[in-house]
Design a protein around this ligand. Sequence first.
Ligand code: ZN
Length: 494
Amino acid sequence: MRALLLLLVLGSLLPADDVTLKNGQVHKNLTLVKEMPKQFQYETLDGRVLTFMKDAVQDRIVAATPLDEFRKRRGALPAGNVAAMVELAAWGQEQGVSKETKKLWDAALKADPENAAARAALGFHRLDGKWLSEAEFAKARDASLEAGWKLRGWRKVKDKWLRPVEAFRAEKGLVEVQGQWVTVAQQKKIETEKLNWCAYGTWVSADDKQQLDAGLLKEKGKWVPAANLDAAHADQKNPWTLTTGTVALNTNVRHERALKILSVADDIYSGLVKVGGVHPDSNGKWMPLLLLVGRGIKSYQGMGAAFGASDREANHSSGYGAFMSSKGLGDFGGLALTYDNDDDDWMRVWVGHALGHAYLDRFKPEDTHEERLTEAFAGYAAALHGGSWQPTWWYWCRWLKDGPIPDASRIIEAASYRDDKSLAWAGTLLHWLSKKNETAFGEFWETFGMGRGNAADLLKACCSVDGKLDAKAMDEEFQAWVTKMRGTFRPWDK
Ligand SMILES: [Zn+2]
């Protein structure tokens, strides 16, 4: 090793042939190959041949080049000593002696097909215990990406892999207008007639929009305060139907309250769509997430009948108030159900929890998702705000501020809709995981939506290093983060 180091130092200091031509060009690091009566023939470090007419040469400094040095050392290599070959090849590479070095790498690889340095230098990649060339590796990587997209329900449209809802839009040629996806013909009409999207899911004139925004509604040709119609809509059979385009709300609560619930749902939705990439479609169609909110628990009870079953059978009924159905309703895939008691804090948590369920169920209509992890996701959704996990002050004080929190490796298995605290903890863990690896986190939920994956897969996806998960290190890191968060938490709503 000492001898090698010495050579390395000497090698890099060795002067080399420099040729200065009469036209001012200077060529450095040349090795004289042949001197002919009227010409010099040189070789460059990377193996190219240069020929100069003698009478064009102004000046010549004769010295050894790295190529000379390389050849000298190559000749002196002990036979069959792969380590020495690798060392010299690495040196040659550094010096720019590319052609000769490549030959030496090939020779090293022939002597030792498993030599990692030679494999790497020659552009091989290791995949599933096999060495693949650059081209083979690129092909395998594409295949594995494609397999991942398929797992996540993506479809190929015109040679491009797209998420289901993006594929749907591409196939239908939809364009975005005021946050809504419409056909080109609809777009033309909207622009010509200067229409505006409104919370009732329709396109209205600017004048009508102004009245609607002022809280008025048209009743028998007259604009009246929406509150005047609350009594008529208190009946579950004639609910208010409002929509943002991505979330639709059917409810028999007061109109003012309905607008508030819709804005909370929209706020939570912005966080959900950030996790899953885009709005999930419903059986191949663009449909908003449907949220049904009963006015008090009485209105909720009996909703199961709408699905042709008892509440218990039709709905997953939580121990703390959020409900959902994975069975869907008509064209709506998974949908969210809950009730409202005029309590803003509980309303936010229940709406978030229920939308979390509905969101996942959109990816795959049947209820195929592992239960604990689904609850963990719903617990996460319950604290979403402004596109990320941000508990309210009330939520924080109720579930997170004090007391021990389980280890990261144990939280999800404890997540249960019978224990509201376990949902808050699981949500906290999910937030931490999303910060650890946002891409892996998002991809995992798309895959999970398609009915694959469990808690161990999620932890591995977000926390493993070189494919290995160190559970102890993860638990320690999570606990340290919880402690830090408790010292710095600032609620957004206080
Ligand atoms: Zn739940």
